[in-house]
Design a protein around this ligand. Sequence first.
Ligand code: NAP
Length: 247
Amino acid sequence: MTILITGSSRGIGAATAIAAARAGYEVCINYRKNEKAALEVKLRVEELGAKCIAVQADVSEEREVISLFETIDQELGPLTALVNNAGGLDRQATIFDLTAERINHILRHNVTSTFLCCREAAKRMAKSRGGAGGAIVNVSSVAAKTGAPGEYTDYAASKGAIDTFTLGIAKELAPEGIRVNTVRPGFIYTDIHADGGEPGRVDRIKSTLPMQRGGKPEEVAEAIIWLLSHKASYTTGSFLELSGGRV
Ligand code: NAP
């Protein structure tokens, strides 16, 4: 079993790389900028006995996506699992502050990247193209349902696009032996909130959640690994909330 987790130098992606190693995968870690952090995750994966490569690629760039998948072909062998985790947000803003540059940046990094990586994975996994099938998990957000008013409406809408794309390709790829599902994390302790300008966001919100706490990256990772596994063999086109009861 071979897995690619995009954006796995930190946060949910890094936790998923480690959970994948425990589940017996050979792991491709992907990062955009932070090589040091990626190599630290690689070391932890290797300590668990898994073969691992760490590949720099900005997955919003088509050429870099193609090269990333070719590197996996050459160094790890046939891909069986993909986690489209790379993504991010901009500073908290209302509609009055949205610009075309900001909107296009969010869409490229969250949406274009996911679509392109799904395409490259499907080419390799599809039974009609000689593949052996596989599984994909797209990382959306509970924001796709709440809309994130006053904070990240552009980000929330980009996650809505991922949800709709999941529905379409899950149906398109089911006869090809490929399952496609989505997780929707809610308020998880990672550095993404600092990128939005509020490092303490999860602690501010947690008392309003039914479970009254934020989530850990490892809790999202376990759900992703389950959706990829044969234990979820009849599950495709599904959405799993990891949001402490906020749905
Ligand atoms: P994070 O801590 O900010 O980590 C983001 C990771 O993605 C980093 O490893 C970063 O690598 C990488 N990355 C970003 N853009 C990339 C690109 N274009 N190409 C390759 N790598 C890229 O984020 P996180 O909180 O773990 O979030 C992971 C996913 O969960 C995201 O899709 C996010 O939208 C979603 N999510 C998170 C939460 C939450 O509360 N944390 C809630 C809902 C959904 P570099 O550092 O090298 O750039």
